[in-house]
Structures are given as structure tokens and as C-alpha cells.
Design a protein around this ligand. Structure first.
Ligand code: ZN
Length: 297
């Protein structure tokens, strides 16, 4: 089986959708590429942000809970999420965030300068410079993520022997891997595991690994079964097809196809401008439009 080349998307649980849009669109400069509902819990929004075209590898998505139920960050979850910025732009980004009263600190989390900050709902984020310069400071896509595994050795083994990530550095008890694709997404795990987390506002729900198509997705589904991990049936997410598993360290891993993408139900130029519903929920459109908060677009 071909190694995983990149992260497809990461999904987190946050609060008010308008605060969420304000942060990711206006502060971080991402594009809202899809507004739909959570297909498994359609009373709440599922908002997708990414680059201009909504390319896999740039997509962060949110379940916008309206109830005030903060989560607990801990093992069995994805931890800090890092975006990649052009070389030489970290200073500009730090000033931009600080001017908006967003607290930042520079650490070495990703084994190079890592600008850490939190989003408006307490989700842990970071910016890391890539190798290429650009004429602006816009986010390029993901740089990577921290995995807070409950069983880091087993997760590390799955990442390398299973998903085909390359170990690039071990520093003390922190392990650093990268994907083999051109994006070179970075994944960090650490020992010892932190106490168990609990889903809620400000926590990551899952990380999705990119696979090319339905055929490869089914191969990954069989592979997960062969590891004696539970795996779901293939689910149709409208913009991709997916399977889910809770891996050895209890982190929810999704495998998601690059096909068909976000232009399947609206023109590229209109991405994210109106509520899109999958066929099974279209008959409830009137109800959603009445009950879901109005978005400031
Ligand atoms: Zn997902």
C-alpha cells in the first residue's frame, strides 16, 4: 500500500460560528470553503476553511457547538495544530496577532521556531515557517500536528510501519515524523502520555489522512481491520468518502479521499457562500435555516 502523503483535514469542536469565522477568515486569512451541517448531528454547523481552492492538506473544519461545554485537552486527541507560513514571515505574523491582543510565544515544538497561540475558543494553534518565500504572508496549508497518544509507542509504530511516515528526529521523549508527500506534514508525539482528554469546545475531534480514491480507501479499511482496530463502513461525506478508526492511542484517525472535492455542489467562485446540505438532509433545509445562527459573511 502506498504511504500516506499528507493530512487531508483536521476537525475540531469550537463554539459560536461567527466568532469562528471571524478568527479563521479575518485573523488567519483562510477562506470559508463550505458551510454545511454535521452529517452525524445535523443540528449544528460544520464549517470548512482552507486555501482559495479548498485543496486537501489545507482544510481545517469545525463542529460549532452552541452549548457551552468546554472540552479537556489530553491524550486520545490531536493536540496543537500547526499551519505553514512563508519563510521570513513569522515576525509579521507575531505582530499581526499581538496587535489583535492574541497572546503568542515562540517555542521549538516542531524542532524549529514555532509561533504558538490559541484561537478564540481555546483551540491550540501554531505557525511554522516553510522553506519557500512568498510575496505575502498568507498561510500555505498545514505544517503538521501534535498527537496526544495514550500509547505513544504503539501510535508511533502505526505511523511508521502502517501509514509510512518517516521518523526524522527524536529529542528526549518527543518523536518527530513527516509524511512522504511533497507537503511534508510534520507529526509530533511525546512520552509520557498526558491524562485522558474529553471532547468539547476547544479540542480536536479527529485528524484525517489523505488517500487518493475509493479503491485506496477500501485498502486502508482492510489494513485497519488487519491491525485488529475497529473501523467504520465507508461513509459518504459528500466532498470525500471516509472511514474512521480509534487508533492504539485512542486518537480518532479518519482516512478521506481527495475526490470529489468541494466544487461538487457549488461553483469554485461561490465556495462557502451558502448553506449546502447532502441529499439526506435537503428536506429539512427550512428547519435548519430557521434554527441555525445567521452567519456574518
Ligand atoms: Zn473528518
Amino acid at each position: 500500500m502506498e504511504a500516506i502523503k499528507r493530512i487531508h483535514h483536521i476537525t475540531a469542536i469550537v463554539g459560536d460560528p461567527n466568532e469562528n469565522i471571524k478568527f479563521y477568515r479575518d485573523v488567519l486569512g483562510l477562506r470559508l470553503v463550505k458551510q454545511t451541517v454535521n452529517f452525524d448531528d445535523p443540528g449544528v454547523y460544520h464549517l470548512y476553511f482552507g486555501d482559495e481552492d479548498g485543496n486537501p492538506g489545507t482544510i481545517i473544519t469545525f463542529f460549532n457547538w452552541i452549548v457551552d461545554r468546554p472540552g479537556l485537552k489530553g491524550s486520545g486527541q490531536v493536540g496543537r495544530i500547526a499551519f505553514r507560513i512563508p519563510k521570513g514571515t513569522m515576525g509579521d505574523w507575531q505582530k499581526h496577532l499581538n496587535d489583535l491582543d492574541i497572546k503568542t510565544q515562540i517555542t521549538q515544538l516542531f524542532d524549529k521556531d514555532t509561533l504558538e497561540f490559541d484561537d478564540v475558543h481555546g483551540l491550540e494553534l501554531a505557525l511554522v515557517e516553510g522553506n519557500d518565500e512568498s510575496d505575502n504572508k498568507a498561510i500555505i496549508g498545514f505544517h503538521g500536528a501534535v498527537l496526544l497518544s495514550s500509547h505513544p509507542e504503539a501510535t508511533n509504530e502505526l505511523l511508521t510501519s502502517g501509514l509510512g511516515l518517516t521518523p526524522i528526529q527524536t529529542q528526549g521523549q518527543s518523536y518527530h515524523f513527516e509524511t512522504v508527500g511533497s507537503e511534508k506534514h510534520h507529526v509530533i508525539t511525546a512520552l509520557p502520555p498526558s491524562p485522558r482528554g474529553r471532547f468539547g469546545i476547544g479540542t480536536v475531534h479527529h485528524i484525517a489522512w489523505s488517500v487518493p480514491n475509493l479503491e485506496t480507501l477500501k485498502e486502508w479499511q482492510s489494513f485497519i481491520q488487519s491491525q485488529e482496530l475497529g473501523v467504520t463502513e465507508v461513509r459518504d461525506r459528500n466532498y470525500f468518502k471516509s472511514v474512521y478508526t480509534s487508533e492504539f492511542g485512542y486518537i480518532v484517525f479518519e482516512f478521506a479521499t481527495d475526490e470529489p472535492g468541494f466544487a461538487v455542489d457549488e461553483d469554485k467562485k461561490d465556495l462557502g457562500t451558502s448553506l449546502q446540505l447532502p441529499p439526506q438532509y435537503e428536506h429539512r433545509r427550512e428547519e435548519y435555516e430557521r434554527t441555525l445562527p445567521k452567519l456574518d459573511l
